[in-house]
Write a protein that binds this ligand. Structure first.
Ligand SMILES: [Zn+2]
Length: 580
């Protein structure tokens, strides 16, 4: 073959573009044209058209067009050279035989081919091993993690056991073992014996975007430490460039597709088993390379790390890593799970999907997460608010894109104004209706105040939690009201905190947030309820069906009583202090 051999031409002569694309798409022939729903943008009627004679395609919806190479490049987000390799393989052309034009590819591809083949064989070996084992035994971890048979096959999960057996298996398949030592697949101990780190582990093959096995993650079966181990790094396996399940990124049909970046292999599997697309870094902090990889496919991947302290820290680290590089169609969203939850545990629990959906619905944008990461609950003086502002602006300064940076600054200014308004507490409640002839007051006037205080405080909070419109219209009153009961006071603080910081639009969402903040017991203690998860706070005047102005009137009456009581209490306190 000559040096100038045109592999693109040979490949095109061997592969029919229609046949190739028909493996991915359902083609509709109408007359001479062949159409399909476009794989590169979301659409309901087909505008992706293939011209068999011209060997090209064009989408009249999104404008993507080209030949079979562009198609493969677009599909896998790879460059031209890589597309040649894939299609040569598809066409059965051995580009390694005499591939001078792409010499650099040739040199690395010999090693590469060998590496991918051997790793694929190791994966097969582990997988067979697991299938054999499961014939007569069970693995508690599979039950524990709800891993189905289908999943075992889809992810080619495996079981590692004795390394000698594995090496014999590879020798039988004519693989040269020594280079594998160089690549770190096997290691040699002081006695000259080969070993790997995966004895007795559940094996997760890690594949690249072209479905080639490039490494493994192994989870211990007896919870011995370390719980997870990954293959050693080498030229083909660099953790910072790899995401577990990245081979499924091609499932992202549009840039608006929802993709979740979770912490662990079993989180990925749990998410995928429930119909969510997920990837995970390999047990290390997420890198910019990994985030960049997801940005090739979607605009706004969702960071969905564990709900423990480490997970929250990792979430803020991901934010810091991404911050410099964000652009209008390259940003992140952040999903905060409840304390102690991860996607895997959450999805296994009762109502798991419903709860996960509510977390997803309340996801925070990047700017909201910056604010959340810096906010403290003592922003009650202008000085503290200004220190808060400074921290926010310092973060935002790291953004390279000036348009985004400037918009974020505007959001911060607004947030600061709002925080200042809330921090400076008014001393008079001019909003309140002070009509002394109010029936409600009369009704309770002569009763012993003390025994009504707790009931009154419960009544106010119960109404506010139950009727979101009532709460939204009267949040400032609630924020400033005195609660004598410490637990109810905490509950009030949490309500104000939630509605001022998070996207909450319904009573149900507020209730979920309160429970997620660990307030289920406070709610149980104070409100009559059969099941605090589905609690009903029955204040007749504040049912969601009640006319809002009637509800508001009733609420203000009760608030007024509380005010009067507090005033009286303070007066008697000041009399005592005058005597002292
Ligand atoms: Zn299109």
């Amino acid at each position: 073959m000559s040096e100038n051999i045109d592999y693109a031409k040979i490949i095109k002569s061997k592969i029919n573009i229609v046949d190739y694309i028909s493996k991915d798409l359902r083609l509709i022939r109408s007359g001479s044209s062949i159409k399909a729903l476009c794989p590169f943008h979301k659409e309901k009627t087909p505008s992706f058209t293939i011209n068999e004679n011209k060997e090209n395609y064009r989408c009249f919806g999104c404008g993507k067009a080209g030949d079979i190479f562009s198609y493969v490049m677009e599909k896998y987000k790879i460059n031209f050279r890589e597309s040649i390799k894939i299609l040569a393989n598809e066409a059965g052309i051995d580009i390694n035989k005499n591939f001078k034009k792409y010499k650099s590819i040739k040199e690395s591809s010999d090693n590469q081919k060998n590496y991918f083949e051997v790793m694929n064989n190791i994966a097969n070996y582990y997988h067979q091993n697991l299938k054999e084992y499961l014939k007569d035994n069970s693995l508690s971890i599979l039950k524990e993690k709800n891993i189905t048979n289908e999943t075992i096959i889809k992810y080619k999960l495996g079981l590692s056991s004795n390394i000698d057996k594995l090496i014999n298996y590879l020798i039988k398949k004519n693989f040269d073992i020594e280079p594998l030592v160089k690549l770190g697949v096997f290691k040699i101990n002081n006695n000259g014996k080969k070993y790997d780190m995966f004895t007795n582990r559940l094996m997760f093959p890690i594949r690249d975007r072209l479905e080639r096995v490039i490494g493994f993650g192994g989870r211990s079966l007896d919870n011995s430490a370390p719980k997870y181990i990954n293959s050693s790094e080498n030229n083909f396996f660099k953790k910072r460039n790899i995401l577990y399940n990245m081979n499924n990124l091609k499932m992202m049909k549009t840039r608006e597709h929802s993709l979740y970046i979770v912490e662990g292999y079993t989180d990925v599997i749990a998410m995928e088993q429930n119909g969510y697309n997920a990837v995970a870094p390999l047990g290390t902090a997420i890198s910019l390379e990994q985030i960049n990889l997801t940005w090739k496919y979607v605009n706004e991947p969702n960071i969905t790390f564990d709900g423990d302290k480490a997970g929250v820290n990792a979430t803020y680290r991901a934010l810091d890593v991404a911050l410099f590089s964000i652009e209008p169609e390259k940003t992140l969203n952040f999903i905060f799970l409840a304390e102690g939850e991860d996607p895997d545990s959450l999805l296994k629990a009762a109502e798991g999907r419903v709860r996960l959906e509510s977390f997803i619905k309340n996801k925070l944008s990047l700017i909201e997460t910056i604010i959340k990461s810096q906010i403290t609950n003592n922003l009650d003086t202008p000085e503290r608010v200004l220190a808060f502002k400074k921290k926010l602006l310092n973060k935002i300064d790291n953004i390279k894109n000036t348009e985004i940076k400037n918009l974020y600054k505007l959001v911060v200014e607004e947030k600061i104004r709002e925080t200042l308004r809330k921090s400076i507490k008014a001393t008079n409640y001019t909003l309140l209706n002070t009509n002394k002839d109010n029936q409600f007051i009369k009704k309770f006037k002569d009763r012993n105040e003390e025994q009504f205080v707790l009931r009154r405080e419960r009544s106010i909070l119960g109404a506010m939690i139950n009727n979101f419109n009532l709460l939204r219209d009267n949040d400032e009153i609630l924020a400033e009201l005195y609660f004598s009961n410490k637990e109810l006071s905490l509950l009030r603080d949490a309500i104000i905190d939630i509605i001022s910081q998070e996207k909450v639009k319904k009573a149900k969402e507020l209730k979920d947030r309160l429970i997620n903040r660990g307030l289920a017991n406070v709610i149980k203690n104070h409100f009559i309820t059969e099941d605090c998860i589905k609690f009903q706070l029955k204040e007749n005047y504040a049912k969601e069906s009640t006319n809002i102005s009637d509800a508001k009137k009733a609420l203000l009456d009760i608030v007024l009583l509380q005010e009067k009581w507090y005033e009286k209490k303070n007066k008697s306190l000041s009399k005592i202090s005058q005597k002292l």
